[in-house]
Design a protein around this ligand. Structure first.
Ligand code: ADP
Ligand code: MG
Length: 275
């Protein structure tokens, strides 16, 4: 693994998220073969790579999806052993995953869903209904969301961009320590990418200590959400890490040269299943 700049050594803020030598298998087949990653408070890390390189696997494994079996390594959130926790405990500890394809929940109003999610994450701490409504409407305003979304069924009939913005609303309400955003730009046109990017930046400006791991295949969203560090994943490993210049390099050259430098023949796109 190459660290093209001194980001890690120079950083003095506390690590919120540490992944050490993470190996993950699905159905007995190794998908991640030793991933190392450190996100410090307030940092935005971009995790880039072609389809099938293992980006979502990392996201699912650290959130505790039962199909993704950690066979080796460590994951820490604020120094706490995440892998020893159940998925709901991980959320309580401050981990949030925004899915690539958020599901619709007909019959459950977005506002009620958010209240239930907050309750689940905060545990016994009571949530004042009036306070909640006030905060919800403020956060929606910040994200330039139509107040009507609060009473509409979660993601039901929402456009791609509206679904992703609703994920950002969850972020704004739940205030995690680390947010993993899995391809928040996937399937969006450029206007929607800008809207979602504005949403991410708005939430991050309000929660400056939150770490963000932004997973993306394309550099486009990184024109709007500027990463501190960029990682390139291939075949279940981070093969290169660097500053924002790496995004520019990928835009100009595509993934082939970087993969070739690491002796990887680019076959992933062919075997990709789009997950
Ligand atoms: P990315 O998110 O970078 O596109 P994924 O993490 O989804 O990549 O996939 C990495 C590899 O792991 C692929 O070969 C994919 O087929 C495999 N994989 C991921 N999740 C599953 C699953 N639930 N069942 C079977 N194979 C999976
Ligand atoms: Mg994926």
């Amino acid at each position: 693994m190459t660290h093209a700049n001194g980001t890690y050594a120079a950083a003095s803020r506390a690590a919120v998220f540490e992944v050490r030598d993470l190996h993950v298998a699905v159905d007995g087949r190794e998908i991640l073969g030793g991933v190392d990653l450190v996100v410090r408070a307030g940092e935005v890390h971009a995790l880039m790579g072609r389809n099938g390189s293992g980006k979502s696997t990392l996201a699912y494994a650290v959130t505790g999806h039962p199909r993704y079996q950690v066979t080796r390594g460590q994951v820490l959130l604020n120094g706490e052993d995440l892998l020893a926790m159940k998925p709901d405990e991980r959320a309580k500890a401050g981990l949030f995953l925004a899915f690539q394809n958020p599901i619709a929940v007909p019959g459950v109003a977005t506002g009620n869903f958010l209240r239930a999610a907050m309750k689940a994450v905060r545990g016994t701490e009571p949530i004042n209904a009036v306070q909640f409504r006030k905060e919800l409407s403020e956060r929606m305003q910040h994200l330039k969301m139509d107040p009507a979304f609060a009473t509409r069924s979660l993601n039901d009939g929402f456009s791609g961009g509206e679904k992703k913005l609703t994920e950002m609303l969850q972020l704004a309400m739940l205030k995690p320590r680390l947010a993993i955003l899995d391809e928040p730009d996937s399937g969006l046109d450029i206007d929607a990418v800008r809207t979602v990017s504005d949403g991410i930046n708005t939430v991050h400006a309000q929660q400056s200590e939150m770490g963000i791991l932004l997973i993306t295949h394309y550099q486009r969203i990184l024109n709007y959400v500027r990463p501190d560090t960029v990682h390139v994943m291939a075949q279940g490993q981070i093969i290169e890490s660097g500053g924002p210049a790496l995004v520019q390099q990928l835009e100009e050259e595509g993934y082939d040269p970087i993969l070739a430098r690491h002796g990887i023949v680019s076959t992933e796109e062919v075997s990709a299943d789009g997950r």
